[in-house]
Design a binder for this molecule. Sequence first.
Ligand code: SF4
Length: 419
Amino acid sequence: MSDRLREKLNILADAAKYDVSCSSSGSNRRNTNKGLGDANGAGICHTYTEDGRCVSLLKILLTNHCIYDCAFCVSRKSNDVKRAAFTVEEVVELTMGFYRRNYIEGLFLSSGIFKNADYTMERLVRIVKKLRLEHRFNGYIHLKTIPGASEELLTEAGLYADRMSINLEMPTEAGLKLLAPDKSHEEVKKPLGFIRGSIERLQDERKVIRSTPKFVPAGQSTQMVIGATPESDMEIMYSADQYYRNFDLKRVYYSGYIPISHDTRMPVIGTQPPLLRENRLYQTDWLMRFYGFDVKELLNPANPHLDVDIDPKLSWALRNLDQFPVDVNTADYRMILRIPGVGVGSANKIVMARKFGRLRSDQLRKLGISWNRAKHFIRCADSVMQLTEPEAFRIKYEILTESQSKYLKVPQNQLSLFG
Ligand code: SF4
């Protein structure tokens, strides 16, 4: 690799690290036509940076030049950083070279905006097309959609990429206007809606004509920056919920803002990135997608912020003690899933195991539930009768005292700017 290419790689891989939406789940592209690699059952190799962020091994920007000046972004035009841009051929060469050496299993390609949206998107499309058609590369490709790009280019991109994503940037329109007045959520909704429509249309056509090409087989995702603007957790998760519903997104990623600017509208440089908050938002997201919770149960005007010291499921249970204890021998699956300390796997095991007899506490412990949490919310065959009503603060205290959570040690100063 030439020195210049190595230098570009350093600059453009470093600039890409702020984008966390790099999961490769959901694609089943197979190796065809004696090509190279496949995206089946594997994903992009991930690595973890010191601050806990997940980074894929070939996660790059096409360029960090940008005509926009979004205050939260390291590539903004007013930022005095080294700029670089790959050529189409260079990205293809790097991807193939790293893949052959087994360094990566896919490509995550994003970009700042050169000149205009179409000019940039056209280059991104040329890269994926070249990889797929000329190099018969069947590995995973996650491509960023450039807001404002034409529908023709989006259609072409969708035929070659596994996943496409477009960043919402700030959770609310007001937050976006504050830090990036030239941008709007409408610019994001339009391509998300177009790609969703195309995915559905081609899926329907495929049922009739088997040879209909796959279109964005791993679906779409988006990312929000958390903690740069003063939205509450409720505003963030209500926004995520809307995007899941309206655009059938596979994932919403929450990226804690890392202060990179002296702009007084945002947390000062040196402020801790809100990693614990990011984690709580992911937990809430998980509860909405896999545990049957409605976002309004977890966050509402009376509880607009997630608890920092306990997870959102435990927090919900403590606010709703009237729904507990749950008798694991008779309750429906939905309610078993709501017991703190019981995950999807252990809820399934409970439902299976109770077919063979009433479950006791020693058996429940063996099913993989987190007993120090669950015991406060469960009734089983050998439960003793409680003479007093359980109190939320006592349960919380007991659980926290027994807990080994690494997060309790994380300083909680990420939102100090907004008091
Ligand atoms: S358009 Fe994207 S790359 Fe450009 S400054 Fe805004 S966030 Fe950064």
